[in-house]
Design a protein around this ligand. Structure first.
Ligand SMILES: Cc1cc2nc3c(=O)[nH]c(=O)nc-3n(C[C@H](O)[C@H](O)[C@H](O)COP(=O)(O)O)c2cc1C
Length: 172
């Protein structure tokens, strides 16, 4: 798929087929993500493909924190947790977080280009000590999001976008 149609047609999916994405395919997506720009080449991103035990640990903690929320972690057959390394320097941490957002987007875009569906989800339980421990997120890391991946099951609504004239200004 060419880049421009891929950018335009990637959608957030919340319903997936049951087949997991092969770990080798996830590794290919991560290999692409590491080409994201990152200042001082800090390579701040970390990706964890959740296996069955990790998912069960996370679901138990999510359910305890908010009853009913564990089921949302079963929506996709494959989950990838994205975290960013923290340096303690506010300027670098800001750049590293932005770079990791770009890397996460590359995973979603490259998944879409392979015919896969994806979804970037903010999961508050990953900020809790128990949720972090469930995935082995270190003290020098911060959760950025959980990427859902799998086979698409339905067409997605195309969300409204602000027009170019609203968001773009040419300065003298
Ligand atoms: C940083 C970030 C966090 C997001 N977190 C959530 C989330 O927690 N729940 C959700 O439904 N969508 C979440 N999304 C997905 C957006 O809602 C989605 O991208 C937006 O609705 C546009 O739809 P599209 O991806 O199909 O273009 C998140 C997206 C980003 C970039």
């Amino acid at each position: 798929m060419d880049l421009e149609p891929a950018i335009r047609t990637r959608r957030t999916h919340k319903v997936y087929g049951p087949e997991p994405v092969a770990p080798e395919t996830v590794a290919e997506l991560v290999e692409l993500a590491r080409w994201a720009p990152n200042h001082h080449l800090t390579n701040p991103w970390r990706f964890r493909l959740l296996g069955r035990s990790a998912l069960e640990r996370l679901k138990a903690i999510a359910e305890e924190a908010k009853p009913g929320s564990a089921a949302k972690l079963d929506r996709a057959p494959t989950l990838v947790a994205v975290t960013v390394k923290r340096s303690g320097d506010a300027g670098q941490d800001r750049e590293d977080l932005l770079a990791t957002g770009v890397a996460a987007y590359i995973v979603l875009l490259a998944a879409h280009a392979r015919g896969l569906a994806g979804y970037w989800r903010t999961v508050p339980v990953l900020d809790s000590p128990a949720g972090r421990a469930a995935l082995g997120i270190g003290d020098d890391e911060e959760a950025v999001g959980l990427l859902y991946l799998g086979r698409p099951r339905q067409e997605q609504r195309v969300p409204e976008r602000a027009g170019v004239e609203e968001i773009f200004t040419e300065l003298d």
